[in-house]
Design a protein around this ligand. Structure first.
Ligand SMILES: C[S@@+](CC[C@H](N)C(=O)[O-])C[C@H]1O[C@@H](n2cnc3c(N)ncnc32)[C@H](O)[C@@H]1O
Length: 338
């Protein structure tokens, strides 16, 4: 292990550098293909307890996964180790302030485990240091397992790490991440801001979306991937439907908290979306021209049909189908609805 560095020329200003870093922190999956997202557990403005101050070379790994009831304890541990005190943001200028955050990295691949990184943002030095603090038993493969610093200096951006010369992670940091940071900053500057924030998520809070997605993934996804009887790629479909369900559930919750919605999924395919929405307390039906093997494995409350059987439709679902022209009211006779 030696100190490795990589430097790239850039005309980025400090503001643009931080814009880039914020993209990296809020949406690491845009560049790290092993991730589907991240969750920030805390982000605190801090002040060093003593001067001169130097960030430590490494941090202790967490002893367990981060959860709502132990995050406070981990925060105290991390801030103590960094030798900084929590302060109120904007109580003074940026000088000597360091922002500390704990980030959970969520893996795209089901068999991978999540990772945890602490990031220290040293605003007045245009520098950020990342530490891997993933509990040892997680064997994470999502981020470099060594600490590294990215700093903006006059006319160049510098990566420093204590790493192996042939480390793939170091190569990824120098050849992929570093140029991307410059690119994001340059794009912001030329105000062709490619909106990295998924437009389609803009109706719901991204943090809430990731939380909901993660909850649903744990609740339904893992089991589904195990029992998947179709010849299609289980994780692809499960991911997609869990993502759609997470989005819809938040949208509906926002419209009318705690009320049950009616829905119709036309061309429902495997029916997973109908299954999740039904289990989450909403009433609906899935319709598809072709029945799938997995349909028989869902519990009785999950209504999936190859033909519209109006007896299973609530008035609202029926109205929905009429509205979109899927069925014509004049053709309906002697149904449970009438
Ligand atoms: C692209 S797949 C989408 C499946 C599912 N909604 C999903 O997101 O995984 C389209 C589905 O529409 C179904 N489909 C096509 N034409 C249909 C029709 N006229 N009535 C009902 N289902 C139809 C197909 O069988 C297929 O399952």
């Amino acid at each position: 292990m030696t100190e490795m560095t990589k430097s790239l020329e850039t005309a980025l200003t400090s503001d643009l550098f931080w814009e880039s870093i914020n993209i990296l922190l809020s949406k690491p999956h845009v560049i790290n293909k092993r991730l589907w997202g991240s969750k920030i557990w805390f982000r605190n403005t801090c002040k060093p307890k003593s001067t001169p101050f130097k960030l430590p070379a490494t941090l202790h790994l967490l002893s367990d996964l981060v959860a709502t009831d132990n995050v406070e304890q981990y925060k105290i541990q991390i801030l103590n180790e960094l030798d900084v005190d929590n302060i109120l943001p904007n109580t003074s200028d940026n000088e000597d302030q360091v922002e500390v955050l704990l980030m959970e990295l969520l893996p795209k691949n089901y068999s991978d485990k999540q990772g945890y990184q602490v990031a220290c943002l040293w605003k007045d030095k245009s520098s950020i240091t990342f530490y891997d603090v993933t509990p040892l038993n997680q064997e994470q493969k999502l981020c470099p397992d060594f600490s590294y610093t990215i700093q903006l200096n006059t006319n160049h951006i510098l990566l420093t790490a204590i790493s192996d010369e042939n480390s793939k992670s170091f190569k990824w940091l120098s050849n992929t991440l570093l140029p991307q940071l410059i690119k994001w900053g340059t794009e912001s500057e030329s105000s062709t801001k490619s909106n990295m924030c998924n437009e389609s998520l803009s109706l719901v809070s991204q943090t809430k979306y990731y939380e909901k997605y993660n909850d649903l993934k744990v609740k339904y996804g893992k089991e589904m991937v195990k029992i998947w009887p179709e010849c299609t790629d289980a994780s692809k479909f499960v991911y997609e439907d869990v993502a759609i369900a997470a989005y819809l559930l938040l949208l509906w919750e926002r419209e009318e908290p705690r009320s049950s919605k009616s829905f119709v999924d036309l061309g429902c395919g495997n029916g997973l979306l109908v299954y999740i929405l039904s289990q989450e307390g909403h009433t609906g039906v899935g319709i598809d021209v072709r029945k799938r093997n997995i349909w028989d494995m869902y519990p009785p409350g999950v209504v999936l049909q190859t033909q519209i059987d109006l007896r299973f439709l609530a008035l609202k679902e029926y109205a929905l189908l009429v509205t979109i022209g899927y069925i014509y009211k004049k053709n309906i006779h002697n149904t449970a609805i009438e």
